[in-house]
Design a protein around this ligand. Structure first.
Ligand SMILES: [Fe+2]
Length: 270
């Protein structure tokens, strides 16, 4: 009898070690990061609505980020609801650039959750800062590269026109570069990311590539981009060229797509 009870407790303990994220962090020093497309003109999950624009949610163990807000808050919030992402779960918002298909959902989002910090390109007009403050949220102007959250960085404002910031995740398999529209040039953004993080391995480049010439596929190979997930303003011709060149390393990206990767887990000491 006692032996059975002890056995039962040992099985429960083993189960806890397997399911507890903290136990797994302690063992392998990594954590999961999940990128979820909540706004795009390409569709992966037919339950979600498409509209011209871009937004994705980045879930990490300690914080959840919203990168861009699409063109309208109704579509953004409805898609987030369908993906079980409450607006209140977002801690930080990053806006890539001034265009309405990236900034348009911000006001309506802040109506639902003003308890966030919004990282905006420094070049944005004061009317955007006024709107953010009026809704009760905080903003931080971004000019150069910096950390936004653990393992997540901004490239800083790069010139397009217009000025635009992109996100870079320092993942275990290499860098993940996420671009809203890539007005400063997708290849230059990737090079900038490698430069300031002093890492050559680029695991994935995803988001809007701003309809580059088809030769971008060759350039991506030259700089060693392992996987691609182009969407939004990339253009069908270039997207198809990536699909046939990258084959299984092409990720069909659009609203509803979820990408999960490992990041090195940083132990934050109190
Ligand atoms: Fe765009």
């Amino acid at each position: 009898m006692y032996r059975q009870i002890i056995r039962f407790f040992l099985i429960c303990l083993a189960g806890l070690i397997v399911v507890s994220p903290f136990a797994s962090h302690a063992e392998d020093n990594t954590a999961r990061i999940t990128i979820i497309s909540v706004y795009d003109n390409y569709q992966v999950n037919p339950r979600l609505d498409t509209a011209w624009g871009f937004a994705c949610v980045i879930k990490m163990p300690a914080e959840t980020l919203l990168f861009d807000t699409g063109g309208n808050p109704e579509t953004l919030l409805s898609n987030m609801r369908k993906m079980d992402i409450p607006p209140e779960s977002i801690d930080k918002v990053v806006i890539s650039h001034i265009h309405g298909d990236h900034l348009g959902g911000l006001g309506g989002f802040l109506d639902r959750n003003p308890d966030v910090t919004v990282f905006i390109p420094q070049s944005l007009p004061d009317s955007t800062r006024d709107m953010i403050s009026r809704k009760g949220a905080e903003f931080i102007d971004i000019s150069s590269e910096r950390e936004i959250s653990a393992s997540v960085y901004t490239t800083g404002e790069l010139y397009g026109p217009p000025e635009e910031q992109s996100l870079v995740i320092d993942a275990q398999k290499g860098l993940i570069v996420i671009t809203g529209c890539a007005h400063p040039g997708i290849v230059d953004i990737v090079k900038k990311a490698r430069e300031f993080l002093k890492k050559n391995e680029v695991y994935l480049v995803m988001g809007g590539f701003h309809h580059p010439p088809v030769s971008v596929v060759k350039k991506f190979r030259e700089i060693g981009v392992e996987k691609v997930a182009p969407s939004h303003c990339t253009g069908d011709r270039v997207r198809n060229a990536f699909a046939s060149a990258y084959k299984e390393d092409f990720i069909e990206y659009g609203v509803g797509r979820t990408i999960t990767q490992s990041i090195f887990y940083k132990i934050v000491k109190p």
